[in-house]
Ligand binder design. Structure first.
Ligand code: BTN
Length: 276
């Protein structure tokens, strides 16, 4: 797919070195790598709207306006994190797109486990934790329209030095290097893309059941979670991907996947409309 000269130019050397590590398969490239972009999500969406195939990957050494879930910013020191977005074109109705973000949590956790030999846990919906601290985050942004697309963004803290977290993340974030200093970003990218293909396929072919089973095996159930002004205990992942919680008064509730509220640990596809 030709690169549009009006767009930011990918870096040829970086693109070559990450492309060389792609695992092959249906969801692994083409890849465009950049030194610095506002957000890989934005570039991947533009590319998708110009016809990028499922599996197209936008990767950056650094983001100046990295996005997290629920309107938060995502920051990382240049070259210290694996930052990429992959274009998905799922044959699923938008109401089921939240399942993609949950499946992606399993994929990222498994990818990390395969290269680092540690078993990450998942905090609903898809924060990836090591030793109780966040090592990776996932942002699934959907665009409905004639050619629906989900842009799946993944950020993994690879070698951020311990003293370099912003104060609000101190004690809440960690980097893979703390447990696996030899892991490189290309190796990790390949491992995660392989699992994204696997879990995306399982979700499409077998439904949400196997994803739910895998998620529950890693899910931090039993933790207290904040629900707006109150707190509750996370007890299960519901069959629709919501989080089942038990309040202190003994009543239960299911928190649904949503992208906009302030009332729960809310997740998933920030859905926007595409012009016809
Ligand atoms: C979260 O935990 O809030 C989700 C973080 C997602 C961050 C990744 S980094 C690559 C991609 N580009 C972005 O702007 N965000 C995602």
């Amino acid at each position: 797919m030709p690169w549009n000269p009006g767009e930011l130019a990918p870096d040829p050397g970086l693109t070559r070195s990450f492309t060389a590590c792609l695992p092959g398969g249906r969801l692994a490239g083409p890849l465009r790598a950049y030194h610095s972009v506002p957000s890989t999500q934005t570039l991947a969406r533009t590319w998708a709207e110009a016809g990028a195939p499922a599996g197209a990957v936008v990767l950056a050494d650094h983001q100046t306006a990295g996005r997290g879930r629920r309107g938060r910013a995502w920051t990382a020191l240049p070259g210290r994190a694996l930052l990429f977005s992959v274009v998905l074109r799922p044959c699923l109705p938008p109401a089921r797109w939240p399942e993609i973000a949950l499946a992606a949590g399993c994929a990222v956790a498994e990818g990390i486990e395969s290269v680092a030999g540690v078993a990450p846990q998942l905090k609903w919906p898809n924060d990836v934790l090591l030793g109780g601290r966040k090592v990776a985050g996932i942002l699934a942004e959907g665009v409905v329209g004639r050619t629906p697309v989900v842009i799946l963004g993944v950020g993994v803290n690879v070698s951020q030095p311990d003293g370099a977290w912003p104060p609000e993340l101190h004690d809440r974030a960690t980097a893979l290097a703390a447990v696996a200093p030899a892991v490189t970003r290309p190796l990790l990218l390949a491992a995660i893309l392989r699992r994204i293909e696997t879990w995306h396929g399982i979700l499409l072919d077998e439904g949400f059941g196997p994803v739910r089973t895998a998620w529950r095996a890693r899910g931090r159930l039993g933790d207290r979670v904040r629900l707006g002004v109150e707190e509750a205990v996370a007890v299960d992942l519901a069959p629709d991907g919501g989080l089942v919680v038990r309040r202190d008064d003994g009543t239960s509730a299911v928190i649904l996947c949503r992208d906009d509220g302030d009332s729960g640990p809310g997740p998933v596809p920030a859905v926007s409309a595409q012009k016809a």
